[in-house]
Design a protein around this ligand. Structure first.
Ligand code: NAD
Ligand code: DAU
Length: 331
């Protein structure tokens, strides 16, 4: 099987490529523009006869067309992925997340290639802290940020291409991922690396916002289950029952380093900051038999901290520029 993985040099996409190599016989082509968020190093060590990297833009039909034509399936991770960046400059989010998905859909339509679209729980907006509800596949779309609106737009395109043109596609909406190779702009790596560099973790607003954490390995196994056995036209929510407030995550990081739990820098809140995400993943579990392997967040977090401690050579070149951008916004 020949699989095209868009965004395969990013945090979650590269983890999926490793998952494919370790657990399947698939041959993989990664199509990635190598933006600031990518890392070729995350693909290092993979067998050259099974994995090929093509540097290019998913919104460029001339690049996409021949790669889709030679593939049995496309798994679409490529995106602009950071909410804070989408507030500073939404344009690349519309271009990559919406136009780029449109270009891929037109190519899979022409060549009748199986398509899996990787999306986010943020398309559903947010929940109240005291709400007993969680997101399900039937929750109405109500995105808050330019990032989540662009992902919602891409989900709608996929559904329309299934219904109107018979494209063989599935969609997954996953909660917040953590693990190795995540860019230091994101919450968990930012706080771990702040503490490693001897500064205080930086928490937005009152810190009570809740995210539903899942290890990126578990996201990969879920996407593979959907690609292999998911029903065409269906959406599957991916989550591992990992709800935690931001301040609780930061306290766990501080505890790990033996620092006082209140050693926190409270910074300017994110505009339109979603309060709580929570995933009900019963459909994925009962229909496809998927279960997460990382059930213990503290263990997964400890392994992630160890990875950042051992890989400072990877993240330190991007750390200064990332922090300068945050400092300019009082964050
Ligand atoms: P990331 O920012 O780490 O990686 C994105 C990758 O896409 C990078 O390698 C980048 O170079 C590539 N890319 C960006 N624009 C491109 C373009 N125009 N053409 C080709 N490649 C391009 O993102 P991530 O956190 O790994 O997220 C991957 C996907 O998973 C995204 O679609 C995101 O919406 C979704 N998702 C992320 C999370 C999360 O917690 N990070 C949760 C649920 C869903
Ligand atoms: O829910 C899935 C989404 O999770 C994905 O679709 C996105 O691609 C991914 O980036 C992530 O979005 P969030 O906005 O939830 O993640 P982020 O890591 O930016 O922030 C997590 C929480 O931590 C959020 O409530 C904001 C807060 N935060 C973030 C940073 C960077 C802080 O308090 N301090 C920080 O320094």
């Amino acid at each position: 099987m020949q699989i095209l993985v868009t965004g395969g040099a990013g945090f979650i996409g590269s983890n999926f490529v490793h998952h494919l190599v370790a657990n399947t016989d698939a041959y993989v082509t990664v199509l990635d523009k190598l933006t600031y968020a990518s890392s070729e190093a995350s693909l290092r060590g993979l067998p050259e006869d099974r994995v090929r990297l093509v540097v290019g833009d998913i919104a460029d039909a001339a690049v996409v067309e021949p790669l889709v034509a030679e593939s049995d399936a496309v798994v679409h991770y490529a995106a602009e992925s950071h909410n804070d960046n989408s507030l500073s400059d939404p344009a690349p989010f519309v271009q990559t997340n919406i136009v780029g998905t449109f270009v891929l859909l037109e190519a899979v339509r022409r060549h009748d290639v199986r398509f899996h679209h990787v999306s986010t729980d943020e398309v559903y907006g947010d929940l109240d802290l005291d709400d007993l509800k969680r997101f399900t596949e039937d929750t109405p779309y109500q995105p808050s940020s330019p990032y989540s609106a662009s992902k919602a737009g891409s989900d709608h395109l996929v559904r329309a291409w299934v219904r109107s043109f018979g494209v063989r596609a599935t969609i997954s909406n996953c909660s917040n991922n953590y693990g190795p190779w995540q860019h230091v702009e994101k919450f968990i790596p930012r706080q771990i690396t702040e503490v490693i560099e001897g500064r205080r973790p930086r928490v937005y607003g009152d810190g009570l916002n809740v995210r539903d954490w899942i290890h990126t390995d578990d996201h990969s196994s879920a996407v593979w289950a959907i690609l292999s056995h998911g029903r065409i036209g269906e959406t599957y929510l991916i989550g591992a029952d990992g709800e935690k407030s931001n301040v609780d995550v930061v306290r766990a990081i501080l505890r790990h380093f033996g620092r006082p739990e209140d050693d926190i820098e409270w910074v300017t809140d994110r505009a339109g900051h979603d309060r709580r995400y929570a995933i009900e993943s019963g459909k994925l579990r009962s229909e496809l038999g998927w279960e997460p392997k990382y059930q213990d967040f503290d263990k997964g977090l400890a392994a992630t901290i160890a990875w950042y401690q051992e890989n400072a050579a990877w993240w330190s070149p991007m750390k200064h520029e990332t922090e300068a951008k945050y400092a300019a916004k009082g964050q």
